[in-house]
Design a protein around this ligand. Structure first.
Ligand SMILES: NC(=O)c1ccc[n+]([C@@H]2O[C@H](COP(=O)([O-])OP(=O)(O)OC[C@H]3O[C@@H](n4cnc5c(N)ncnc54)[C@H](OP(=O)(O)O)[C@@H]3O)[C@@H](O)[C@H]2O)c1
Length: 242
């Protein structure tokens, strides 16, 4: 994909699997990328490999988000920072885990959007924000009471931000991936008794790769998606069409 020359895109979660793949695809497409996360060693390694600029901040800390983002000239944002929490039934749910999952996945997306959208509005050139949600917001998945709730909040943040920021030419969308075998998910979905029945029900019968998820993120950031805003796009091998 081309068309990103001279455009700066901030990617949170860049030290992780999906965010890292997104940074690689965006830099290959000519974008100037700011690769954000907390693990500075991993960000530096990605920066050396791609030419992206590393930027460390914690999405749960408003002062840290503000200090990192204020003054940046941004065209786009990818909110990929996230935490899977624990696998729990509603009757066993740990309220502290729920709070932490919400703080990273939902409140973190809001805080990054809050400060990044101010800069995009200041520049006055429109832009695009893509939030990495999950299939867990679209259908009920056992054990996903906290995580699914946080991603449902991300979908709603996506729609409300699309409504509020459209007047500035800023589009806001989400992608809702199925399982990608990154460390976040492999410990659970990698168990045969969990993974095999799941894949049997999915029309494409395979796990997503990080590239499978990064490509639609890059598309939603691009001018090819110039009339798309407010959607939550399943990237799920057809799992949620059932
Ligand atoms: N893997 C899946 O199966 C799957 C499926 C659907 C949706 N998703 C979503 O996709 C996104 C990326 O997941 P992934 O699979 O790439 O996971 P990952 O490899 O575990 O990466 C998670 C990323 O989030 C960052 N992060 C976590 N807490 C943070 C905080 N407080 N402040 C700043 N950064 C923070 C991590 O940064 P540091 O390591 O530097 O701390 C890391 O870069 C997440 O939102 C996840 O919920 C994943």
């Amino acid at each position: 994909m081309t068309g990103f020359e001279g455009k700066t895109v901030l990617v949170s979660g860049a030290s992780g699997g999906i965010g890292g793949a997104t940074v690689r695809q965006l830099t290959a497409a000519g974008a100037q990328v700011i690769a954000a996360g907390r693990n500075e060693a991993r960000l530096d390694e990605l920066a050396r490999a791609t030419g992206a600029r590393p930027l460390a901040f914690d999405v749960t800390d408003e002062a840290s988000v503000r200090g990192a983002i204020e003054g940046l000239d941004l065209h786009g944002v990818v909110n990929s920072a996230g935490w899977g929490g624990d696998i729990e039934t509603p009757q066993d749910a740990d309220a502290d885990v729920f709070d932490r999952v919400m703080a990273v996945n939902a409140r973190g997306v809001l805080l990054v959007t809050k400060y990044a959208s101010r800069e995009m509005v200041r520049l006055g050139r429109g832009g695009s924000i893509v939030n990495v949600s999950s299939q867990a917001s679209l259908v009920a998945l056992k054990g996903h009471i906290a995580y699914g709730s946080s991603k449902a909040a991300v979908d709603n943040i996506t729609r409300v931000c699309a409504l509020e920021l459209g007047q500035y030419g800023i589009r806001v969308n989400a992608v809702n991936p199925t399982v990608v075998m990154t460390p976040m998910s492999a410990w659970y979905w990698g168990r045969p008794e969990v993974g095999e029945p799941f894949l049997e029900q999915m029309p494409l019968h395979r796990w997503a790769t990080v590239e499978d998820v990064a490509a639609p993120i890059v598309f939603l950031l691009s001018d090819g998606a110039s009339m798309i805003s407010g959607v939550s796009l399943p990237v799920d091998g057809g799992y949620t069409c059932r």
